[in-house]
Ligand binder design. Structure first.
Ligand SMILES: [Zn+2]
Length: 533
């Protein structure tokens, strides 16, 4: 930071304090420790000077003046003004000297209007603020610029965090920018390589410890007490201050008219705290007159994972050895991350069920839920459901009963109704059809799942280039499965589409993918193996 001419705004008043969120003890601003000296709990930044609107005015914080000043800065080439965080420095904790600021032009992230998603969600207008468009690719940068600047002001040569992800990448980038060293502690076996390599590129020293994340934090707490190292994990109170600017930028974008609803992903709740704090402070300062509703969405942890790994001509991996290796890798990976994971290795050499495509396949699945449907689909569905129940510790439940007593179908009906769907409406199965009939009698032989897959793709069930429209009606019914008797002239396959010019290509793909002979084909097990931890 060298060129700071136009910064001498009269509004830059350092009125912040650090206060313990538990015991209320007020600490020294810009303190070296990120925890309360009295009780060890977390600290938050307060601005007592704003307590009343008269106080705010005395501190030079006039709402109309601030809005104008922040907008003007968007045309400035000054490094602080170019930052989407420091442009709002009047409502951030002040540094003794703005030259301590470490900035990479963070913030200034775009707000996209999402018309299709809005329609799908049934809201008039939907917008998304893309925090991934920050210098190191995550929202962490907005907080890191503030906290790292305080580390620099405190004279620290080293900063540290426990993280395998975005935090370490962001910390390492800001430290490198200011010539500070950075230390990243990683719990053993829990490494996000893409993110960690980013931190390594910025010169971070990384240590893998034989412990979990909390164990790494305990070690770090001890390190920062004994050595001159500044902690930059999310417990650092200055990070929340920088993250406030997400909400301030958003409100500025909407000309200070709050949206009805702001929805934030949960995570460790740092972002939602920062956005909530910013909204309250903006209201306190008269920048906005009402508070929008703030919702935090937290992903529910998966109790267990059951994978259906396919084998055969219709599968991604053709040989049992390859599919087995994939299943083994995924099961080991899931279990290493603490999610009980298991896989069934199942056959996809011949098509599963009697319907392949879009609407026809949905119709078949609904038949299964209603207690009908092809035997093989029911067998596989129940086997997977039993694995999931077992993995979740729910024994003594027979999923087969839910198919016959109607409760599975009731549950599906409720799900569809909750999303505004109507199950009484017919499914859009293709209006045009063509049937392949048997030229002679015998037994249905082999059916190649790949040939069937290519045929329905030709009918329009899949894309051949990104962005192409998929036909809901495209699909194929199988009237005779391998081993079933066939009489001359009987239908074997019916093809559906809304584009009849597609029949010729589809029938050609199917040709050679099936046969009628004298002997039934060798029968194969549907469930080949079960891979567990
Ligand atoms: Zn305390």
């Amino acid at each position: 930071m060298t060129d700071q001419p136009a910064l001498a705004s009269k509004l830059e008043t350092g009125v912040s304090q650090l206060r313990c969120i538990a015991c209320g003890a007020v600490g020294e601003e810009g303190a070296k420790s990120v925890r309360c000296a009295q009780c060890g709990d977390l600290l938050e930044v307060l601005y007592p000077g704003w307590k009343t609107s008269a106080g705010a005015r005395a501190a030079g914080l006039d709402a109309a003046g601030l809005k104008k000043l922040w907008l003007q800065r968007r045309t400035s080439w000054n490094a602080l003004d170019e930052s989407g965080v420091w442009r709002f420095r009047e409502i951030l904790p002040a540094l003794h000297d703005w030259n301590y600021v470490i900035t990479l032009c963070e913030g200034n992230t775009p707000v996209y209007q999402l018309p299709s998603c809005g329609r799908a969600a049934g809201v008039e207008q939907l917008f998304a603020k893309h925090q991934g468009m920050n210098p190191t690719g995550s929202f962490k940068d907005t907080g890191m610029t503030v906290a790292a600047s305080f580390a620099r002001q405190g004279g620290f040569r080293w900063v540290a965090c426990a993280s395998t992800g975005n935090t370490s990448a962001s910390m390492a980038a800001y430290a490198a920018r200011a010539g500070m060293r950075s230390l990243v502690l990683i719990p053993q076996g829990q490494i996000t390589w893409g993110k960690l390599s980013q931190a390594l590129d910025y010169g971070a020293v990384t240590c893998q410890l034989k412990t979990d994340f909390d164990g790494c934090m305990r070690v770090l707490d001890e390190v920062v007490q004994r050595m001159p190292v500044y902690l930059l994990n999310s417990v650092n109170p200055y990070r929340l201050e920088g993250q406030k600017t997400t909400a301030i930028e958003l409100l500025e974008r909407f000309d200070w008219q709050p949206p009805d609803h702001i929805i934030v992903p949960g995570g460790n709740l740092g972002n939602s705290s920062a956005i909530g704090k910013a909204l309250l402070e903006m209201k306190e300062l008269g920048l906005i007159t009402r508070l929008p509703k703030l919702s935090v969405i937290q992903a529910e942890g998966a109790n267990a994972l059951v994978l259906d790994t396919k084998v055969g001509r219709g599968a991604f991996l053709k040989t049992e050895a390859e599919s087995r290796e994939l299943a083994r890798t995924m099961v080991d990976l899931g279990n290493a991350y603490g999610v009980p994971t298991r896989a069934l290795l199942t056959d996809m050499d011949v098509p599963l069920g009697r319907a392949v495509g879009n609407a026809v396949e949905v119709a078949e699945s609904v038949d299964v839920l209603a207690g009908g449907g092809p035997e093989d689909v029911v067998e596989l569905t129940l086997a997977l459901a039993r694995e999931m129940l077992d993995a979740s510790g729910l024994d003594g439940i027979d999923p087969a009963v839910t198919l016959t007593d109607g409760s599975a179908m009731d549950c599906f009906r409720a799900l569809v109704a909750a999303q505004g769907g109507d199950l009484t409406q017919p499914l859009p199965i293709g209006a045009q059809s063509e049937t392949v009939v048997a030229s002679h009698g015998g037994t249905m032989g082999d059916i190649d799942a790949m040939a069937v897959g290519l045929a329905v793709w030709r009918l329009g069930a899949g894309r051949s280039a990104p962005g192409q429209q998929v036909q809901f009606g495209a699909g194929l019914r199988i009237h005779r499965k391998p081993g079933e008797p066939v009489a001359a002239g009987e239908p074997l396959f019916t093809l559906y589409t809304d584009a009849p010019e597609r029949f010729e290509g589809a029938v050609a793909e199917l040709d050679g993918g099936w046969s009628v002979g004298d002997e039934p084909p060798e029968s194969r097990p549907l469930i080949i193996d079960r891979i567990t931890a």
